[in-house]
Design a protein around this ligand. Sequence first.
Ligand SMILES: Nc1ncnc2c1ncn2[C@@H]1O[C@H](COP(=O)(O)OP(=O)(O)OP(=O)(O)O)[C@@H](O)[C@H]1O
Length: 393
Amino acid sequence: MSLLAFANPAEMALSIRASALVFEDPKSRELLDRIKRVAPSELNALIIGETGTGKELVARHIHELSARRKGPFLAVNCCALSETLIESELFGHEKGAFTGAVTTKQGWFEAASGGTIFLDEIGDLPQSMQVKLLRVLQEREVVRVGSHKATPIDVRLIAATNVKLEEAVMAGRFREDLYYRLNVAALNLLPLRQRTGDILPLARHFLKVYGQRLGCPGTTISPAAKQALLTHPWPGNIRELENVIHHALLVARDLTITPTDLNLSQALSFSKTVDSEAGDFEKLDSILQTLCEQEHPDLYARVERALLQAAYKHTGRNQLATARLLGLSRHVVRARLIQNHILASGDAETEKHHSPLPKSISISPITVPEVIPKERGYKEIVFSEASQECWGF
Ligand SMILES: Nc1ncnc2c1ncn2[C@@H]1O[C@H](COP(=O)(O)OP(=O)(O)OP(=O)(O)O)[C@@H](O)[C@H]1O
């Protein structure tokens, strides 16, 4: 999949707006009505759904339908940031606040002023940060690390989770008061297998998008392939469907996609194999941790890298499958692949990840060249067609 570096914001605007929301199943249409009602309000929203169900796309849609549409839309993946850095990333820091803080830096909340901030995987937010986030939401101001001065912020928060936050609250892992603050407007995105009326419209949508990009517009899906799409369980949801269609267009011999082009049986048998292998990896992981804690603290990092490399190679460089194989979430895998510099530049399947920190920022087009490179010190912004995300380097 190609990467485009957008020199010009208008070009990126077009690309981002092209990511239309396809909602045809009656259950999805109900949700769309709710989204349209929630969007113009200033309410915080909580989007709940399995990985790949479209949480970020819905958050972006809410932003576009709100009065804040001209402001920035910043998407931050909570689990891609290490616990030590998350506070300064979200709220900024003063020069000299800690080793390495060589300049004063604005945090994401300030950068999103006048717009929307999307906190993905909110359930992974460390407890210490949950208290601080609650304070920010209550007081509507942030205090940079190393400062005593509060800066007012004008930001709408949309959070997302793929775990049941109620259970995390019951287990004491997530603050109840923060949960109620976030859960003002809850939007449940059903897994694709529970809204089968979306499958073929989405397949047609991706066929059109990728068909044009790959120079084979007008490609259709055979009746048998449609049937296969309708009966597949889609554990990776819409992201998986998108990848399947993209792949099918690459391998199809003519302008009709057949069941063989979809390669769904391989995906299923593979997911069964990895289910049984995951247990072994978990066992190995825990033995290694104990061993390394006792003997060689740096050995664990080396072994983790080797494991990640092996799993990533074994799965044909598929992040979701690697996550399943290792018993981790896709975001954790992605973050660790980046930290370990395993995602190489020019990799055809993945985004380009050179930043030492995975800064997953999806940005409202207008603000990209003005806010991000200048304020965040990025030299280059790269837009990934695959994930519809921008990456700063
Ligand atoms: N209703 C939809 N219509 C069109 N495309 C969609 C829809 N929902 C999701 N997609 C596409 O599917 C892919 C995954 O969506 P997205 O990243 O928003 O999911 P997510 O739930 O945020 O995933 P994760 O939990 O892994 O972060 C994206 O390429 C997105 O554009």
